[in-house]
Design a protein around this ligand. Structure first.
Ligand code: SAM
Length: 192
């Protein structure tokens, strides 16, 4: 799936308008049950960076996105921000982190791309690393404005983990409609 919607000034402005009033405060509170303060965290698909700013209150957080438009807008207001331009599928960086965080990002990948992303995530996590991915809950797949929207359940997401991650917790939560979302907490396993 190409950059399209998220790499145009118009798409980014539209996203910021639609996302007004939403952020990952609750998710980041839950992350605190698994991840000690001051740990290093990579956010994938940071978009406007609202969650990155919340993560930075507790963690050494690094933002990333594959959209230059989101990155440049964030850097205009945070010129010293630690930001990487990364595609979620390949995560091509030599940096290593204690945790990975994404809020409503991996639904834009096909299930096979999401499995590849989890292989790449395993590669850039320190031993025992923690992962949080928030996604739309369900079994539907849709394409809109050239973007994929793949929903997940505990069962469909678990299939992608193979032997790389232990599923610590999966819980549904409410973003716009009751139980429309699901968050997964994973722990990196050593593989021989
Ligand atoms: C629904 S928005 C969520 C943005 C932000 N996490 C939030 O909660 O507001 C999806 C984000 O994922 C990014 N994204 C989509 N596909 C991506 C990919 N393959 N690699 C990296 N980022 C991607 C988009 O640029 C956009 O910032």
């Amino acid at each position: 799936m190409g950059l399209g919607f998220y790499d145009s000034e118009k798409g980014v402005s539209e996203y910021i308008r639609l996302a007004e009033g939403y952020d990952g405060t609750e998710l980041i509170t839950w992350l605190g049950d698994y991840l000690p303060e001051n740990s290093s965290v990579l956010e994938i698909g940071m978009g406007p960076g609202k969650d990155l700013d919340i993560l930075l209150q507790k963690y050494e957080a690094t933002g990333s996105d594959f959209s230059r438009v989101f990155i440049e807008r964030y850097l205009q207001t945070h010129p010293n921000g630690d930001i990487l331009e990364l595609d979620a599928i390949t995560l091509d960086t030599s940096r290593r982190f204690d945790a990975i965080y994404s809020n409503k990002v991996l639904q834009h990948l096909s299930m096979d791309e999401c499995r590849k992303s989890l292989v790449a995530q395993h590669g850039l996590l320190n031993e025992g690393g923690i992962v949080l991915h928030a996604l739309w809950y369900g079994t539907d797949f849709e394409e809109m404005e050239g973007l994929c929207f793949q929903q997940y359940t505990k069962k469909s997401f678990s299939r992608l983990l193979e032997n790389r991650f232990e599923l610590l917790e999966a819980k549904t939560y409410t973003e716009m409609k009751k139980d429309d979302s699901i968050v997964f907490f994973l722990k990196r396993l050593n593989i021989s």
